[in-house]
Design a protein around this ligand. Sequence first.
Ligand code: ARG
Length: 590
Amino acid sequence: MASVTSLSDSVQQQLTSALTAARPEAAGADPLLRRSDRADYQANGILALAKQAKANPRELAGEVVSRVTTGDLIKDIEVSGPGFLNITVGDRAIIENLAARYADDTGRLGVPHAEHPGTTVIDYAQPNVAKEMHVGHLRSAVIGDSVVQLLEFTGETVVRRHHIGDWGTQFGMLIQYLDEHPHELDHKAGPDLQASGEEAMSNLDRLYKAARKVFDTDEDFKTRARRRVVDLQAGDPHTLATWQKFVDESKIYFFSVFEKLDMEVRDPDIVGESGYNEMLAETCRLLEESGVAVRSEGALCVFFDDIKGPDGNPVPLIVQKSDGGFGYAATDLSAIRDRVFRLKADSLLYVVDARQSLHFRMVFETARRAGWLNEGVKAVQLAFGTVLGKDGKPFRTREGETVKLVDLLDEAIDRASAVVREKAQDLSEEEIAERGTQVGVGAVKYADLSTSANRDYKFDLDQMVSLNGDTSVYLQYAYARIRSILRKAGDVRPAARPELELTAAERALGLHVDAFAETVAEAAAEYAPHKLAAYLYQLASLYTSFYDKCPVLKAETPAQVENRLFLCDVTARTLHRGMALLGIRTPERL
Ligand code: ARG
């Protein structure tokens, strides 16, 4: 793999050695290099170093400057303000750096792997069996999928876990009803996944409502249903087989939604709550024997000094109820053991609604006390905020119900298709439909990914499919425009011309392309796709100003045409790669 040292890293190395030569005791200190408006980069780490060494910062900065060899890389370096360093890199270095990225035939644009990749188990996209998927499930799926792509790109081993809600007392009623009405889940749809998915969900929904009705009005049915809960927990084969029908039916629906979301979810990665049943009793035993959990009024509980309810009494984590039943917490604690000891994870990541933060705080703390989590194994909840409607309240339909994910995606696709149609010049109906889907789904994903996950965000379709502003459509159009220029160039091929002098717009674009590597590294390390989204938006904006100011096909000399086509192409590749890391398509034509 051809990994490329970024310009900022090369500059940073030179500064560090100059600094070390000037002050041996400061060896290895970080000069804190940043992109800057004044010059290409600014280093402001000298201030803190001077303070430490009780030296005059401007003087120290001057000593560093005198030890930097200017040349192709650092063209100019000067002291500014109280002791900052302003650094300008050479045009040649910019183009040569981009050319090396362009030559990387792995499609990674020279981005290196992380130095010490590990194993992350990521828990995301976890809907519930026999229930509709809602916008909260959308967030987990979209954010989780992007984090998977980012981590894998850095060389991390990623194990995906879709912790679906497939266990619990609610199944007693459903199983009993289905046994009494065995044809309720029959299908008419053929091999079309979307149609079967819809049918599956409407079957499940109808069955759920019908079962509920009998359960609430018929005491005998209620008794039969409760008995089925006991049978289920005891592992009665017939009861399990009926339960499995619900799981399978739900999976048809889940897969149809994930397909619509243009997202890969693999069956073996779906390990729901039921997948940990065999471990629950042992988890409780381990916790009780080690004294991490104690019996309180018959229930097995873990207490925390700092977690109290509104009445001031401690709120425990209940691992086992007094009737012997296990709940959500026992399952999550067992899943931790599985992920740490069997899957050998060193990072556990949970992409789950912020409203479950207290649960995870207690679960993680319990696991730490039990020794399952420690300095070598960390657990993090990537908590996401609520999806709000235009009115700023939790997103609901006009009737006050939670919004079905599928309806919302369909609406986004409709709006996006209208936008595509309006701008379409040479697209067929079929192409408009395909692009409409890619633009619509991309718009929803981008809106979700471009704000930091922990914030609530407003679901505003008009804004999401707008061509102006921080939207995926804007980025997709930027990409398609570049591809169209490259097509128009015909036989003239993009080629790096390091001997040329660059304009300010070309330099700004080039330096930003170079920063892709560090952006991806940061976004992956911090589980922060929004940083990549912000980077890509800026990339598209810088490209737009480059394109406004610098004629490409009509540039002055043939060499300049080639070099600008090259800048176009390396920008397109970066956009394409970056969008893929967000799970968003970049159509060739729009
Ligand atoms: N199924 C849950 C829900 O819909 C999310 C599961 C989160 N993951 C976990 N390990 N608890 O809210």
